[in-house]
Design a protein around this ligand. Structure first.
Ligand SMILES: *[C@@H]1O[C@H](CO)[C@@H](O)[C@H](O)[C@H]1NC(C)=O
Ligand SMILES: *[C@@H]1O[C@H](CO)[C@@H](O)[C@H](O)[C@H]1NC(C)=O
Ligand SMILES: *[C@@H]1O[C@H](CO)[C@@H](O)[C@H](O)[C@H]1NC(C)=O
Ligand SMILES: *[C@@H]1O[C@H](CO)[C@@H](O)[C@H](O)[C@H]1NC(C)=O
Ligand SMILES: *[C@@H]1O[C@H](CO)[C@@H](O)[C@H](O)[C@H]1NC(C)=O
Ligand SMILES: *[C@@H]1O[C@H](CO)[C@@H](O)[C@H](O)[C@H]1NC(C)=O
Ligand SMILES: *[C@@H]1O[C@H](CO)[C@@H](O)[C@H](O)[C@H]1NC(C)=O
Ligand SMILES: *[C@@H]1O[C@H](CO)[C@@H](O)[C@H](O)[C@H]1NC(C)=O
Length: 822
């Protein structure tokens, strides 16, 4: 480059002297770095340079750990503007801007720093500090006045490092928040963000687009309410600052343990700590655990509890506003004050052990005492509750709530008292604003509390539709509500994108018959191609029958939070008037039954493929059963519900009949037996008792069907009247199990695997549920070589048996229709 000013020469010389034994930590107007070159911070904690994340070939400028966890990226400059070759350069311009140039010298990214007037020289340096902060300053700096122009810490990506501020600069309006990557291979801005909301008393929000998913806070003086991980510890200390200039939270490490906080691409805020002996990050805390109490699940004055089922209850002194809805697990309308009586004379009710309610509509004063706080709340008719602002040193300050209390959660270990105003219910009802009522009506009509929010907030492409909905008269909606009578609760939906009906219509040629690929649990299924070319399966609720609606609801609630490679993935949903549609990934090879029971197609599935399918199914069911928080019983496992992707990987589908269990209460009884004939166990068919062992039974039937290529239900044999299970048992007893195998597998089979599969299949279909193994044992038995336990006689009965059962247990008509295969 051209002319070196004297200060720069001096500086450069000094710099070279200082850093001659270490790598450079600085770039300047004279020294750029190209793709392939890096700079390393003074203590070698961090490194900066170009990189490609995961499987991506794109080049990004980023900062990553150098000494530990080498390569773990903590910050990316050009998140949304990658370079597609190795031609990138990072340089400091003479105007103080840090820029990334591509091969043809176009500016890909710029720090957009504005130079202050006082700067004399036009030479600037960018330095990577040992904190992970990339700073640009006037190189005429001295130790007391650094003349900082720009720092990467002002622009967090998905990672919060010690010393970074999370909050808002009230002077410039700059919001310092976290935004997830789109995927592990793509650092561009994903839909999840984590932000300090400064309306009312500050609290942290986790959002998906503009939809609120979770809430941390407010700040209690030692931690965010409901998130006790900030409580003083030996590893990090957290500071919360609220001033006229800025509001932020910042943590600093106080030991040698390295910690980072990351908003993962799938929306979890995690606190990770580096364990040097193991050389890995462990999750110290994660807000994902809040997912069983999503934002506003329990409505106003509701109290959510992750340990209870159902999760919602009313605060003390309150009762459900709409008891019918509440009973039907739609808690979104929340609770109202109980009528005042001689026992309850108004005043304030003290509650503790809860995460404080939403503070967006609150005000606060740091110097008021609790007594003054109470007086203020008592005098102001809009005030609904008060509490200390800071719980340290016996409590100080005043926090006042002005609207119905939302999103409170039972939370052990929260010492914060809140005082809730008790008033007569009519009075409280009078406060319900028109817009609240409107929202309630609308959310109920859409059957989903958050769908409305999703509809209004996320789907910007749906603006026209939105306006139309707004214009619809309220009475219409209420009328429609009465007609439809759906009480559905689906806060689990927050993670699933809403897709506009017109897009779905376009993708499926207006649901044309030629695109129909099948008939699912509650309606036809169409193949569709979205605008971006993605192939999808579109399941449409055929009628507004209650049964269909229930299944639709069930499917959504069950599958919304599930992610496993052996479960079919829900990509989106749509509710629009009477149309209810679910959109799934498209399964190129249809369902398992289309192969194994088809004479010509069955030869396309050799034994190794079949064994992989058996293992995949087992893994998928295990995932459903194994989660300690929500245990899911599918209740309708059958070959027709096992879909195959283009690589013949099995994926379980159709969760319309699934049941979710919270905690350990995993046996239930139902009056309405649903499921598919031939796949359900006797205790369920006869007594309506189902448990995870009912799914194990269905799995066993499927394994025997896969091996034999015969349907349990339609099985017939010239020598006897047994069904497939009985026949298998007979062969097993006669040491002739291998004869069960479908002839087309002879060439490809591995005898030991086939025999093991049959044996495990028999263990799964034993008569007594308690004898059947868990899915974990099933998987272990399939994968191991060990000796297997002896199966007892299976529950096998013939078609006639079923008829008797139907009469004997006087099942309703509904059940009988459902017992027939669909
Ligand atoms: C810098 O400004 C340009 C133009 O306003 C904008 O497109 C770009 O996103 C900004 N870059 C950063 C890093 O904010
Ligand atoms: C550093 O700069 C400030 C302001 O430019 C000046 O007042 C101070 O004397 C300088 N200190 C040194 C050690 O040069
Ligand atoms: C806070 O309360 C004190 C005592 O009531 C009062 O003097 C002060 O003006 C209040 N501050 C604000 C910002 O309202
Ligand atoms: C009650 O408090 C709210 C919020 O601070 C304020 O806007 C309103 O004027 C107050 N009402 C009365 C009657 O003081
Ligand atoms: C809704 O339907 C159920 C039965 O399906 C019935 O018991 C209930 O009374 C109905 N509710 C309303 C508000 O019509
Ligand atoms: C789908 O229906 C809309 C409205 O009825 C119509 O405008 C459009 O042409 C139809 N598209 C196809 C592919 O049939
Ligand atoms: C499964 O689907 C893929 C993609 O459509 C196809 O290439 C493959 O042949 C199919 N496999 C079988 C066994 O039909
Ligand atoms: C089955 O075979 C095993 C060994 O192959 C033998 O020990 C057993 O007695 C046989 N059982 C019958 C019923 O033939």
């Amino acid at each position: 480059m051209e002319y070196h000013s004297i200060p720069l020469l001096l500086f450069t010389t000094l710099f070279l002297l200082v850093s001659e034994c270490g790598a450079l930590d600085t770039i300047s107007t004279k020294k750029a770095i190209k793709d392939g070159e890096t700079i390393v911070s003074h203590g070698e904690m961090y490194e900066l340079g170009f990189f490609s994340p995961g499987k991506s070939k794109n080049r990004y400028l980023g900062i990553w750990y150098k000494k530990i966890s080498t390569g773990t990226v903590v910050w990316v400059a050009n998140r949304d503007t990658p370079i597609n070759d190795a031609s990138g350069t990072l340089k400091v311009c003479r105007d103080g801007n840090l820029v990334i140039l591509s091969g043809d010298n176009t500016v890909i990214w710029s720090s957009n720093s504005t130079v202050s007037a006082s700067v004399g020289s036009n030479d600037f340096v960018a330095q990577l500090l040992d904190t992970g902060n990339l700073v640009v300053w006037d190189e005429n700096r001295n130790s007391t006045n650094k003349n900082l122009l720009w720092e990467s810490f002002d622009y967090p990506g998905d990672t919060l490092l010690p010393g970074m501020k999370f909050g808002k600069d009230l002077v410039t309006g700059l919001q310092k928040s976290l935004t997830s990557w789109k995927s592990p291979d793509d650092p561009s801005c994903g839909l999840y963000n984590h932000i300090l909301d400064t309306n009312g008393y500050p609290q942290a929000f986790g959002r998906h687009g503009s939809v609120l998913l979770s809430r941390l806070g407010p700040w209690t003086g030692v931690s965010f309410s409901g998130f006790a991980t900030e409580i003083p510890n030996h590893i990090s200390s957290t500071e919360f600052v609220i001033s006229e200039k800025e509001i932020y939270v910042k943590y600093e490490l106080i030991s040698s343990v390295v910690e980072r906080r990351v908003l993962t691409w799938d929306g979890k805020l995690m606190i990770l700590r580096w364990i040097d002996q193991k050389r890995e990050w462990i999750v110290y805390a994660d807000t994902g655990g809040d997912s069983s109490c999503p934002f506003e699940l329990c409505g106003s004055y509701g109290l959510c509890s992750i340990n209870k089922h159902p999760p919602c209850s009313c605060m003390q002194g309150f009762e459900p506003k709409f008891p019918q809805e509440w009973k039907a697990s739609d808690w979104s309308s929340g609770c109202q004050h109980k009528p005042l009586d001689s026992m309850n004379r108004g005043g304030f009710q003290k509650i503790s052990g809860i995460k404080l309610p939403d503070t967006r509509f609150s005000s606060y004063n740091h110097s008021m005492t609790l007594g003054e706080c109470e007086m203020t709340c008592r005098r102001n008719i809009s005030c609904t509750a008060y509490a200390n602002l800071d719980i340290r040193n016996g409590g100080s300050g005043c926090l006042l709530w002005f609207k119905q209390l939302m999103d409170a959660r039972e939370y052990e270990g929260e010492d914060h008292n809140i005082y809730i105003k008790m008033v007569a219910s009519e009075l409280a009802g009078g406060h319900q604003s028109d817009s609240d009522k409107w929202k309630r009506v609308l959310t109920t009509i859409l059957s989903i509390s958050s769908a409305a929010l999703v509809l209004f907030a996320v789907a910007s492409a749906c603006r026209k539709k939105k306006r139309r909905l707004h214009m619809k008269k309220k009475e219409d909606l209420e009328g429609a509500f009465d007609k439809k009578n759906t009480s559905v609760q689906m806060n689990f939906l927050d993670d699933i994108p809403f897709i506009c009906l017109y897009k779905i219509a376009k993708a499926t040629d207006n649901f044309s018959v030629s695109n129909k690929i099948g008939e699912g649990g509650f309606g036809p299924v169409y193949k569709g191609v979205l605008e971006d070319g993605q192939e999808v399966a579109v399941k449409r609720l055929s009628s507004t029958s209650q049964q269909g609606l229930d299944e639709f609801r069930n499917e959504l609630v069950s599958i919304a939070k599930l992610q496993h490679r052996n479960l079919v993935k829900l990509l989106g949903y749509c509710i629009d008037g009477n149309e209810m549609v679910l959109i799934y990934e498209y399964m190129a090879n249809k369902s398992l039954d289309s192969f194994i029971f088809d004479e010509t197609r069955s030869s396309m599935l050799d034994w190794p493929q079949r064994f992989q399918i058996i293992l995949g199914m087992a893994r998928g069911i295990l995932y459903l059963h194994q989660d300690s928080r929500f245990q899911i019983i599918h209740r309708d496992l059958k070959a027709g519900n096992i879909l195959l992707d283009s690589d013949m990987n099995p994926k379980i589908s159709d969760f319309g009949l699934a049941r979710t269990f919270v905690g350990h209460d995993t046996t239930a009884k139902t009056k309405k037996v649903v499921g598919t004939y031939g796949y359900i166990p006797p205790e369920y068919a006869v007594h309506g008792r189902f448990s995870i062992k009912s799914d194990v039974f269905s799995f066993g039937v499927m394994v025997l069907e896969i091996v034999s290529g015969k349907k349990n239900r339609e099985f017939s044999h010239e020598d006897h009247n047994d069904n497939l299970l009985g026949h298998t048992w007979r062969l097993y007893k006669e040491n002739k199990s291998i004869q069960l195998m479908n002839a087309c597998l002879r060439a490809s089979c591995v005898d030991s695997e086939v025999l093991r599969s049959i044996h495990v299949g028999l263990l799964c279909v034993q008569h007594h549920a308690k004898d059947r193994p868990s899915m974990l044992s099933v998987l272990l038995m399939l994968l191991s070589e060990g000796v297997l336990p002896e199966p007892k006689q299976p529950a096998f009965f013939t078609d006639e048996n079923y008829g008797e059962i139907n009469c004997a247990s006087s099942l309703d008509e509904n059940m009988i229709t459902r017992l027939y295969p669909r």
